[in-house]
Write a protein that binds this ligand. Structure first.
Ligand code: ADP
Length: 747
């Protein structure tokens, strides 16, 4: 440029030397003259042009040509500039693009020649390459800016100590911090205190290596204190001498990824702990059936340690038969069927365990089988139970067969009645011929029993859970069989009956046998009862005579020898007299008791009023002695044995006087209920506790041994008399207030 600079002092025509120089230089050079055109328009005319100018601009034969002639329509900014240079006498520089050559030039224009001449010289320097480089740089800067601003990651540059020299705008989005405020600070400015030291140490070690680094994980906090997990990658950059200048890199927010990883870890932990603690055995095999994992439960169940089993082939633990089964199943599983099958395993101690195995394949992302996972449930006890059940079922079938018991099932929803072959046989049908209709079954039952049977079963279905009935079959050849049917009623959850299932068997022979046995038993009983009656009668009657002898002779002994014997002997004799008297009373009572049964009953119309009158006469002395008051209402006349009625009423009235607590007051009354006369004898005596209401009617049962005389036979006689007349006897009482003895006799 110095060569062609033309200043005010050097305004003189170019020497040949300079022209030569200009012609050979690669800079374009021209001299132009400012002229006034025809229409008073300022124009410039080329006066001198060096070859480089023509080459660079691509314009040819320029000398003498005006700017407008070269470009009549286009604007002519050059002309204005040259005008300025000449008129104002100053140098100017500018950059211009020449479309004719497609190049950029830096142009220096200076006044040229004598003062007052309208000449100016221009020197062109080709800056096309620089211009392109500048444009490229601009473009690359814009690209960089666009990338850093739009990138979701935080882009940064640090000095060699890790202090930020550039922070992309993403800093604001991620941390809520202005990027400029972080310049000169390290990334650990944002790390919470407890972790800070650890990260700084780790990062310093990275910096020292001056190597690029990847995935450096750290925790930082945003402007509101929220924790953000970040991952940083960086590359070092160096100066011309190879000294580390700093790092450039990217920091990515991996909080969500971290949280997901955490979740995954937790869920893996959770599932692992479920698998570890599951009651079911779980095991994993690789595709070659080598065991890769066995959970605790399964180890316990098979009695093997983890070391003994992991890495071993499954065939090492199974019989040939079971291994063949496994191979077959795994082939099926590979075809996509999840399989459940039973597997028997023999433990080291030779005990056997049976598993129900549910197995499926483990697949990689492409769906290729990489192994198997199996869930094994110990079903040993179930298998044993099933075997047991089978045995029991067989036994039951045998028992049913031997006992000829048929089974039946009535589905209440479909009204279908299923009889087994034996039951068909019991009803005289050929096996498999019953048409399962309930109405058809009614035709198999004796017509007199159909209604009763239907009512019974209806009642059971409505109210109960079981059914039991005996009915007859329809007569075949004049003979009908007796059937015992028992069933259980099954209900749904709402209690609605859905099914009746039961058994039935022919009890004809049994029934006939039982009836015969009952008749025989009854006859035996009657016979033995008679014998007993006979014995009691004979014993009490025949014992009376020798007893009378003992009694009368001891009494004689007492009367005649009392004064000759000592006190002891007299006391013994009086014991013997009393004992024989008591025995006499008992024998008399027993005799009276057995006579009621042994003697025939003499039924006639008996007026109970006269019965009471006769009783009163019989015990007149007792009534007078005790001052007893006997009130008697109007009593009915009944069909009875009069002497037994007197015995009955006398026993009751005598007891009412005997068990008195003051002057006895006795009321005899009657009523009629359900075609029965009820006669009551009420007293105001000592009363009876309710626990003894039944006991006192049994023979020899007495409540007051020492205070009141008696044999304990009176009420037993009363019971026997009333029962012989088809009635009942009972008592009600209140202690210390009195008792009411009532008996019923058919009206
Ligand atoms: P006995 O009168 O000879 O003892 P009974 O068979 O007549 O035998 O009576 C049985 C028992 O019933 C009596 O011993 C007495 O304890 C009780 N008993 C009977 N009648 C009455 C009554 N009217 N009041 C209270 N107790 C009575």
């Amino acid at each position: 440029m110095d060569i062609v600079r033309i200043d005010n002092e050097s305004r003189r025509p170019a020497s040949d030397y300079f022209l030569k120089l200009l012609n050979s230089t690669s800079y374009g050079f021209c001299v132009v003259e400012l002229v006034f055109g025809g229409n008073n328009r300022i124009d410039c005319v080329f006066k001198e042009v060096n070859p480089a100018f023509e080459k660079q601009t691509g314009l040819k034969e320029l000398i003498g040509k005006s700017f407008y002639s070269l470009c009549p329509t286009g604007s002519q900014p050059w002309i204005g500039r040259i005008y300025d240079v000449i008129i104002r006498n100053k140098n100017i520089e500018f950059i211009e693009y020449f479309a004719s050559s497609g190049k950029w030039f830096e142009i220096s224009v200076a006044p040229f020649g004598e003062e007052g001449s309208n000449l100016a010289a221009a020197l062109l320097s080709d800056i096309t390459e620089r211009k392109i480089a500048e444009e490229t740089l601009k473009e690359s800067k814009a690209r960089f800016q666009a990338l850093t601003e739009t990138n979701a990651d935080f882009i940064w540059e640090t000095d060699k100590c890790g202090r930020y020299t550039y922070c992309s705008p993403q800093m604001k989005n991620l941390w809520g911090i202005e990027p400029e405020s972080m310049l000169g600070k390290t990334m650990f400015e944002l790390t919470p205190e407890p972790e800070k030291k650890k990260y700084i140490q780790q990062f310093d070690a990275i910096l020292k290596t001056t190597l690029s680094f990847k995935n450096f994980e750290s925790i930082s906090c945003d402007s509101e204190g929220k924790q953000i997990y970040v991952e940083t990658c960086g590359v070092p950059f160096f100066d011309y001498h190879g000294n580390l200048e700093g790092f450039r890199g990217v920091t990515r927010d991996v909080t969500i990824k971290k949280q997901q990883e955490e979740k995954l870890r937790n869920s893996e932990l959770k599932y692992r702990s479920i698998i570890e603690t599951a009651n079911e055995g779980i095991c994993q095999l690789d595709e070659n059936l080598v065991i890769s994992y066995v959970n605790e439960s399964l180890l316990k169940l098979i009695g093997i340690t983890n070391e003994e089993v992991t890495g071993k082939h499954i065939s090492d633990f199974l019989s040939n038969e079971e291994f063949t089964k496994i191979k077959k199943r795994t082939n099926e599983i590979r075809k996509g069927n999840r399989k459940t099958f039973d597997l028997r395993f023999i433990r080291k101690d030779h005990s056997e365990i049976t598993f129900s195995v549910n197995a499926s394949t483990l697949n990689d992302d492409n769906g290729n089988c990489t192994g198997y996972v199996a869930l094994a449930t110990d079903i040993t006890s179930r298998v044993l139970m099933e075997k047991d059940l089978k045995r029991t079922k067989k036994k039951l079938q045998t028992a049913l067969k031997n006992a000829n018991i048929g089974t039946w099932e009535w589905n209440l929803r479909s009204d279908e009645l299923v009889l087994d072959r034996r039951m068909e046989g019991i009803f005289g049908l050929k096996p498999g011929t019953f048409d399962r209709k309930h109405t058809s079954f009614e035709n198999l039952v004796h017509e007199e029993d159909v209604q009763y049977l239907n009512e019974e079963i209806k009642k059971a279905i409505a109210e109960g859970s079981t059914f039991e009935s005996i009915y007859r079959t329809r007569p075949v050849g004049g003979k009908c069989n007796h059937i015992l049917s028992k069933a259980t009623i099954t209900r749904d959850r709402k209690g609605k009956p859905v099914n009746v299932s039961g058994i039935c068997f022919d009890i004809t022979e049994m029934k006939e046998g039982t009836e015969k046995a009952l008749i025989r038993l009854n006859e035996d009983l009657l016979r033995s009862n008679n014998d007993l009656q006979q014995f009691a009668y004979v014993a009490s009657h025949d014992l009376q005579e020798p007893l009378r002898m003992v009694s009368s002779f001891t009494q004689l002994l007492q009367q005649r020898y009392a004064d000759r014997l000592d006190d002891n002997a007299n006391e013994y004799i009086s014991f013997a007299v009393n004992g024989s008297r008591r025995m006499y009373e008992l024998l008399n009572g027993l005799l009276a008791y057995s006579r009621i049964q042994s003697r025939g009953i003499n039924l006639a119309q008996v007026d109970l009023n006269s019965v009471v009158a006769k009783v009163k006469a019989n015990i007149k002395l007792l009534i007078e002695e005790t001052g007893a008051v006997i009130k008697c209402g109007q009593l009915p006349a009944i069909k009875a044995d009069e002497s037994q009625m007197i015995q009955l009423m006398q026993n009751l009235i005598e007891n009412a006087i005997k068990f008195r607590s003051g002057t006895p007051e006795i009321t005899i009354s009657s009523s009629c209920k359900n075609e029965m006369h009820i006669i009551s004898v009420a007293d105001n005596g000592i009363g009876i506790e309710p626990v003894y209401y039944d006991k006192i009617f049994r023979i020899f049962q007495r409540l007051h041994h020492s205070e009141y005389p008696g044999t304990g036979i009176g009420l037993a006689i009363c019971l026997r008399i009333v029962e012989r007349h088809g009635g009942k006897i009972w008592v009600s009482s209140k202690m210390k207030e009195g008792s009411v003895f009532s008996f019923s006799i058919p009206a």
